[in-house]
Design a protein around this ligand. Sequence first.
Ligand SMILES: *Cc1c(COP(=O)(O)O)cnc(C)c1O
Length: 451
Amino acid sequence: MTDRTKKLGEDDRNFIWHPFTQMKDYEKEEPIVIEEGDGVYLVDTEGRRYIDGVSSLWVNIHGHKVPEIDKAIKEQIDKIGHTTLLGITNPTAVELAKELIDICPPGLKKVFYSGDGASAVEVALKMAFQYWQYRGKPKKTKFVSLENGYHGDTLGAVSVGGIDLFHAIFKPLLFETFKAPSYYCYRCPLGKTYPSCEMACAKEVENILEGHHEEIAAVIFEPYVQAAGGMIISPPGYIKQVRGYCDKYDVLMILDEVATGFGRTGKMFACEHEHVTPDIMVLGKGMTGGYLPLSATITTQEVYDAFLGEYDEFKTFFHGHSYSGNPISCAAALGNLEVFRKGNTLEKLQEKIEFLEQELQEFRGLMHVGDARNKGLMVGIELVEDKDTKKPYPLKMEVGWKVADLAKEEEVLIRPLGNVVVLMPPIGISMEDLKKLLSVTYNAIKKATES
Ligand SMILES: *Cc1c(COP(=O)(O)O)cnc(C)c1O
């Protein structure tokens, strides 16, 4: 190891508190120090080149150092770094909003910018809450969310979250929500089997709405993939069915597409698979191609119109962030969309998804792979101690991390969620690199679980 890498590791331990990281463990290890990117490769200070197997925590879309995005950012910097959206505007934010509305499901008309996913979720919750205050239904103040759901780490987002491991300790700070079961077929919380269950999990949403719609503002969930919950994939039709219940009981539908948006599931947005338009859609992560923080809460004319009034009616949506609509972030997002258009990203993606799905068959043959599931290039491989009984590995065995550590030796960077090995490469990955990512992961799982 070079002296420089060593020193950087030391300074890192001295000065940085890392997110979602047990620092006691972290302090014992020499961190990888990534200094450069090159397509889907991350290059560290030792010159090693790793495949970015989880898109730098689910944000990267076309790879690193994408010429179109680099150029868009550089051109914007030569004009201005930041200007506010409070009461005034900037051309880059305008152009991006227009393009977003263009690619969003029909019926979504207004873009509200924030900086990260959690903030955009807060915006969605507050927007839905306030909307009903003006629609003459002030009792509609509560939310339905899903077990295993994840919507970010701010307190409102945690309140609608459903991952106890992350959130239990904050319980006294949270507001109460109605919790519907997760659409987790491999471990069905209702003890049923798909398809004979007739999607009883969706029906549970209806049961809650039937009993409580007069006090419910909105249903919020992640369409098709509960990502942080363990790459759990919904059965087809779930989104559409819940849309139907929301309509029937006059409740808003909030879809959190922070993880699934921008091509990750094979279409631009996951709700497109079922031709559903939510009342509020939340975007983040991949929005700038993985370059800069930017998120958006996008809603309908109807929701927007409810907030219109005379100044002294104070119907204003009293929410904002200092960097809402930051032009450099917006420029990166425009660059991202340009690559989608010119590079035919979504078309080229389809054969990668097909190949991936073939390969996942092989994974299912492994002794300790209980379930290998995907939607598009979002993949969860759930490792179990006993395949017949689905008995999970004890968490303290850290079997997911064993796989990740073995992959790291082969210059592939992945980050598991408990016993679920997660793969979520940039969708711009080449077939060759996708093959490498899969074969390294396969061998790492075999080695970690069978020897
Ligand atoms: C990551 C994530 C968030 C939170 O986004 P941040 O930018 O990390 O705050 C919200 N919702 C979903 C579905 C996510 O995956």
